[in-house]
Design a protein around this ligand. Structure first.
Ligand SMILES: CC(C)(COP(=O)(O)OP(=O)(O)OC[C@H]1O[C@@H](n2cnc3c(N)ncnc32)[C@H](O)[C@@H]1OP(=O)(O)O)[C@@H](O)C(=O)NCCC(=O)NCCS
Length: 168
């Protein structure tokens, strides 16, 4: 899959662009997103715009999931020392329909086609059951910390699972 390809079911993972800054601001300050984030404080518009401009200049792995051209969620992977930390959320009115798993799966497929040496990592608070279930269902390995669950996956395990699925 190439980024920007519209899949047959109308789902499309596309790169974030400047026009997304308002919707990303709304999603970022949504109460559940703030509660589930490592940094829980609300961000003001000015700070968001400064952050967003910088990120647009530098970031290659920041996507919006669209369903029939309607934006339903965002995912970003921040890479440091060969580890890509996943940040993702689904629009408040689109939760509960399974988009969280789809956005991670599409982003993972894209990343591993481009950069197979990266390991992926998700850090999930202990009361965020939906996100824990999503990482587990995508076969991430789980480690328990005092306050979080940490999920990890390598390209090797990604391709092992993909091949097993395609062999049936
Ligand atoms: C976390 C989030 C991305 C989940 O996305 P989603 O598409 O709405 O997820 P779903 O509601 O489809 O839930 C995923 C799974 O968890 C299950 N689940 C959800 N809430 C649950 C709960 N309270 N108890 C048990 N299971 C639960 C669902 O039944 C589903 O399981 P299934 O695939 O077996 O049917 C979304 O809630 C969100 O954007 N939250 C705010 C931001 C956030 O938490 N981001 C992740 C930070 S690590």
């Amino acid at each position: 899959m190439k980024c920007g390809d519209v899949l047959s079911d109308g789902l499309n993972l596309r790169p974030v662009n400047f026009d997304d800054r308002k919707i990303l601001f709304e999603w970022r300050n949504d109460s559940l997103t703030r509660k589930n984030s490592l940094h829980t404080e609300i961000v003001n518009w000015e700070k968001h715009c400064q952050w967003f401009e910088k990120i647009l200049d530098t970031h290659r792995l920041f996507f919006i999931l669209e369903d029939k051209y309607y934006p339903v969620g965002q995912v970003r992977i921040d890479i440091e020392n060969g580890v890509g930390t996943v940040n993702y959320s689904i629009a408040p009115d689109k939760r509960g329909f399974g988009y969280g798993k789809i956005i991670l799966q599409l982003c993972e497929n894209y990343l591993y086609e481009q950069q197979p040496s990266i390991s992926l990592r998700g850090i999930v608070k202990k009361d965020n059951i939906a996100s824990q279930k999503i990482f587990l269902s995508l076969n991430y390995a789980e480690k328990e910390d005092d306050n979080y669950f940490v999920y990890e996956k390598t390209a090797l395990s990604h391709y092992k699972i993909k091949n097993a699925i395609s062999r049936g």
